[in-house]
Ligand binder design. Structure first.
Ligand code: GMT
Length: 375
């Protein structure tokens, strides 16, 4: 198949999933065309059957406050679909991608051509941004106009039905997946040695440091653990709440045991050096970072919110507590770290559970969906 993929190219779960999906599909013989304003961050180097098309925009004084990226994207989607004879356009994150794909499709229909649209809902496009009155009607419309819609968890599917009430839209759950080449358990302690001094327990948090991630709670959980055990907190990623987290760490006198790594490409290498992964988010539609940690045999302490319980099984592959319940999360973290047998059990279960989300198992679900939409 010839497939167009539009996603946000920046660090973030939806862009990561979209890019890995494109690469996996290309390995399976499909022709993939990524269309966005920049090359997706996980699209490293050349890959056979993969092309990137950059959306360029005219700079014009009148557009000072409203650079119309969505329109330029629709034009590029139309142009690529026509020239490359795409069978379908798979857009990740509804806003504005599902709407721009619909616009591109209208232009194609006008020229007696067609292109199917598959929209994957990832999270805040439904739970936050899409429900804002400024986007609500268009989000609902573009979901209804998509030929197929998927959500990354049952929670997100149900939330779509609840918030948008679109009785006609059949939202299919296709969970996120991991590449077992990049995310796998460690075979030695080389990664750990690079992260922390000997004898330290290593806690890891990976996110885009947005308020929804509650990075401050990760620091508080670590502070409680650090009182009882020698430990290092490794924070990966960057975003609006990083400065606040840096100040918090200084304020708590934890600087020498906390490492802010910023944006890192090879997250698997960091995860493999960890003992526990912290994801205390206010909500997550899925929690891809938790799945990646589990694939590296790192148990997860997370919020029992959104779609996280579909990924992290309480008591089996980690522990869950209500969002904001830092004391409960710290207590669970200490329990795991102070009980080697329990830690070992959770590690094995986490790695085994993650294999249920291996690319080989999930990517064929997308292929099947594409076949249905083209039938
Ligand atoms: O919806 C977002 O906040 C953006 C998105 C992203 O690009 O990081 O994150 C969402 O999609 C990920 C991939 O499907 C999920 O793993 C995240 O849980 C989800 N984030 C939220 O729901 C907050």
């Amino acid at each position: 198949m010839r497939i167009g993929i539009t996603c946000y190219p920046t660090y973030g779960g939806s862009g990561a999933v979209a890019t890995e999906l494109g690469l996996e599909l290309a390995r399976r013989g499909h022709e993939i065309h990524f269309i966005s304003y920049a090359s997706p961050f996980r699209l490293r180097g050349f890959a056979e059957r993969v092309t990137f098309h950059e959306v360029t925009q005219l700079e014009y004084p009148l557009f000072e406050q409203s650079s119309p990226y969505a329109l330029a994207l629709a034009v590029k989607q139309h142009e690529v679909a026509k020239r490359e004879q795409l069978d379908l356009m798979h857009v990740h994150y509804a806003i504005p991608h599902a709407a721009t794909a619909w616009l591109a499709k209208q232009m194609l229909l006008h020229e007696k051509l067609d292109m199917k649209i598959v929209t994957t809902l990832h999270g805040t496009d439904i739970t936050l941004v899409g429900q804002d009155p400024s986007y609500y009607t268009l989000t609902r419309f573009s979901i209804e106009q998509s030929d197929k819609v998927t959500a990354v968890s049952a929670y997100l599917r149900d939330e779509t039905y609840r918030a948008f009430g679109c009785g006609q839209c059949d939202v299919r759950v296709i969970p996120n997946f991991i590449s077992t080449t990049d995310y796998h358990p460690s075979t030695d302690d080389a990664d750990r040695k690079r992260l922390a001094p000997k004898g330290h327990r290593v806690l890891v948090h990976v996110s885009n440091f947005r308020p929804v991630k509650r990075v401050g709670d990760a620091v508080k959980i670590f502070a409680a653990v650090r009182k009882k055990l020698p430990a290092t907190l490794v924070l990966v990623g960057d975003g609006p709440d990083r400065d606040a987290a840096e100040h918090q760490v200084d304020g708590l006198g934890l600087r020498k045991d906390v490492r802010f790594l910023g944006k890192v490409e090879n997250v698997g290498d960091v995860l493999r050096g960890g003992d526990l992964f912290l994801l205390p988010s206010a909500t997550e539609s899925f929690g891809l970072a938790a799945l990646e940690a589990m694939a590296c045999a790192v148990p997860v302490i997370a919020s029992a919110a959104g779609g996280i319980p579909e990924v992290v099984e309480h008591g089996k592959t980690g522990f869950l507590a209500p969002p904001g319940d830092v004391d409960a999360m710290a207590e669970r973290a200490l329990y795991v770290l102070e009980n080697p047998a329990e830690h070992e059990r959770l590690k094995r279960a986490a790695a085994a559970r993650a294999l249920e989300f291996a690319a080989d198992r999930v990517v064929p679900l997308y292929e099947q969906l594409y076949e249905e939409v083209l039938a």
